[in-house]
Design a binder for this molecule. Structure first.
Ligand code: ADP
Length: 686
């Protein structure tokens, strides 16, 4: 058994008695404390020590998967127990808990799903909604659910809401004036330096600042905020190169470490290991290092002032991945990372006037910038009395447009009927850990006898496999791509299926993946995901389920069954080709001109014409609106969807209620973005 490694005394530990007294006396307590004060790692241990796990387990939710894994690993280490025993974690498609687990870290999405099978969440005596300031969609919904739950379980459930920056009073008001505990942090002063103007290239500018620090400043780690994995990869390789070539040299060594959510676990843990002697670490991170993960030893912060946001527009059904300015709260959080162990410095690559006048005060909550179809389906399936999603008690309500958009989508894929009532199919869909369209596809595929194929498609889409590049300059990528199956002219879903089946034929040989430039880790994940989906669907779907992956074209050479299932599943994401060219318009209540994404495998016929109807996995807007992951479908399958569209009456779907709110999502301010931001958007398409 591993021996315990007790944590250093963290600010929260000094308030143990006060915290326990507040929790003893109140069903809900808000705990506000600086990042790194010990909320994520210590609160659960304190309550465990004080006997709260005698009646049930302690659940600690995290908005990010990487945080759930990392923090649970740390707590297991501190308690000296193997991970998965008393301390474990559960994230989508990965459960490392056992019957003995009494401190369970889980993503907020997993807790929501658990509440479907056990609405009272009786297995827990304490639920800690951690990182509430992140305002993730699922945590916001959980806040509303907790409010209901504590009425039913007032005597035996304790709810804690923790946050680094959240407006404590607002949450306290939401929970009828519950107590707010402020844990004073020991933040050292952080000197802030502003640029005189926005740099035209923030990667280059961050690079120069980092090298400057390395040459002139005493020992201390540097945390550099970038917007995403692509930027981080670029930054890491350029920084390593420049450090090596540093003319004047430096009297210390340097280590450059990336940190983002899709980093393999063995690389993630490297940032928590202390720096070697006389070595400066450069940690190049996304906003995951803002509050979710605390990296010790940071003294210098470089803040480019941007973050990447996925933003959904309910009137077009389109997602855009935008690089937007951070909020003032985020900027302050980033700066704060420099002052945890001693006075630090923060280099802001923007002028003070931009911070003061252009940055929003706080980040727009995810609920106001996401598609709500999945969340509304959960709420509908919870069977709560008097539940009308338009009137659900949200901390900050989403716009009526996005709620109505969700209802329309759910209706078109048969998850709710024309009166807004959840259907039997809708209930099964809610239980599957997939977005509603994919769940609906699986149900239809089961009926049509092509479940095995649909499971492979769902798994590979969920594992977010990246295919070799189709960028014009990447000849090697293009060659590798051409060696992959081609979807037989039916589109990307069929290609993904063929890829999975080809790999299956090799007995899941990792070499096949590397030979085809596919990440082994992602492909293995898709295999695991497929196994799990098989188990879940066999449990919940009635009738026979044929779930073994095998070469399938022999029985259905045109993939008609699978394409029909996809057409039903993606009935809310259907597009019709324009008569005279290969552009499409989306069918339905939000008609929109769109193009086939350049990375799609779908090609025109011998006359260059594309299929008349396609369904798409998502609409993204980069420099123009594109459909990504497309499948050709037939007119006869489209007819029933068109009929449903004719009958669609959103007033009936929403139970004839009028608007609950007139609050609209706050749009990010229009700003002139520097060139590489536009390049970053462009590279999505290239
Ligand atoms: P908060 O939730 O208040 O931000 P945490 O409980 O996450 O604070 O962090 C408290 C301390 O534990 C910090 O010093 C942090 O560096 C350390 N810590 C957290 N997670 C890990 C980990 N996975 N490995 C090593 N140290 C960690």
């Amino acid at each position: 058994m591993p021996s315990p490694s007790p944590p250093p005394v963290l600010p929260i530990s000094e308030h143990e008695d006060e915290i326990v007294a507040a929790v003893d006396a109140n069903p809900v307590v808000v705990v506000i404390g600086e990042t790194g004060s010990g909320k994520s790692t210590q609160l659960s241990q304190i309550l465990h020590r004080r006997g709260y796990t005698r009646r049930g387990a302690i659940a600690v939710t995290q908005p990010r998967r990487v945080a759930a894994v990392s923090v649970s690993r740390r707590v297991a280490q501190e308690l000296g127990v193997p991970l998965g025993d008393e301390v474990g974690y559960a994230i989508r498609f990965e459960d490392r808990t056992s019957e003995r687990t009494c401190i369970k870290y889980l993503t907020d999405g997993v807790l929501l799903r658990e509440s479907l099978s056990n609405p009272e969440l009786k297995q827990y005596s304490v639920i800690i909604l951690d990182e509430a300031h992140e305002r993730s969609l699922n945590t916001d919904i959980l806040l509303g659910l907790m409010k209901r739950l504590i009425k039913d379980r007032a005597s035996d459930l304790k709810v804690l809401i923790t946050s680094a920056t959240l407006d404590g009073l607002k949450v306290s008001k939401f929970f009828s004036g519950c107590p707010v505990l402020n844990i004073p942090g020991t933040l050292f002063p952080v000197e802030k330096f502003y640029s005189t103007e926005r740099p035209t290239n923030y990667i280059e500018s961050s690079l120069r600042t980092a090298i400057d620090i390395h040459a002139k400043e005493p020992l201390g780690d540097v945390l550099i905020f970038m917007t995403g994995k692509d930027d981080i990869d670029k930054m890491v390789s350029k920084l390593e190169e420049r450090i090596q070539n540093l003319e004047e040299g430096s009297c210390m060594d340097a280590l450059v470490l990336p940190l983002h959510g899709s980093l393999p676990p063995e690389l993630q843990v490297r940032v928590f290991a202390p720096a070697p002697p006389n070595c400066r670490r450069f940690i190049v991170a996304t906003n995951v290092a803002e509050t979710s993960l605390t990296v010790d030893g940071v003294v210098f912060v470089i803040d480019c002032g941007y973050v990447k946001h996925r933003q959904y527009n309910p009137s077009s059904g389109m997602y855009s991945l935008d690089v937007v300015q951070i909020s003032r709260v985020q900027a302050d959080q980033r700066a704060g990372r420099a002052g945890r162990t001693r006075p630090g410095k923060c280099y802001r690559l923007y002028p003070m006037s931009i911070y003061q006048k252009e940055f929003l005060e706080a980040t727009v909550p995810e609920i106001q910038r996401s598609s709500l179809a999945g969340s509304v389906l959960y709420l509908k399936s919870l069977n709560l009395p008097d539940i009308n999603v338009l009137k659900f008690d949200f901390l900050d309500p989403p716009s009526r447009d996005s709620l109505e958009d969700a209802l329309r989508q759910l209706y078109l894929i048969d998850a709710i009927d024309e009166n807004g009532k959840i259907t039997d199919a809708g209930r099964i869909m809610a239980e599957l850990p997939l977005e509603p369209s994919l769940s609906r596809t699986l149900i239809e595929a089961n009926e049509l006898g092509c479940l095995s194929q649909a499971l492979s498609v769902a798994a590979i889409l969920s594992a977010e496999i990246t295919l070799p590049s189709t960028r014009s300059w990447d000849m090697e990528g293009k060659r590798k791509r051409q060696e992959l199956p081609d979807g037989s002219g039916w589109g990307d879903h069929i290609q993904l299926l063929q890829i999975f089946e080809s790999w299956d034929q090799t007995g899941y040989d990792p070499k096949w993946c590397t030979d085809h430039d596919l990440q082994v880790r992602g492909m293995k994940l898709s295999k695991d995901v497929r196994n799990q989906l098989c188990q879940i669907i066999q449990k919940i779907a009635k009738g026979s389920t044929e779930v073994h992956a095998r070469k399938s074209w022999k029985s259905d050479p045109d993939y008609r069954k699978l394409r029909k299932a996809l057409c039903v599943g993606y009935g809310n994401q259907l597009a019709e080709r324009m008569l005279h060219h290969n552009g499409y318009h989306t069918v339905g209540y939000r008609g929109q001109l769109v193009q086939v994404h350049p990375s799609s495998v779908l090609e025109g016929d011998e006359y260059g014409k594309f299929p008349m109807y396609v369904v798409y996995h998502e609409l993204i807007s980069t420099n123009r609106p594109y459909m990504r992951n497309i499948c050709a479908v037939e007119q006869a399958w489209v007819e029933p969807i068109l009929k449903k569209l004719e009958k669609l009456n959103v007033n009936r779907l929403s139970g004839g209620t009028s608007a609950p709110t007139d609050s609209e999502p706050t749009n990010d301010k229009q700003v002139n973005l520097p060139k590489e931001v536009t390049d970053a958007k462009q590279s999505e398409v290239d």
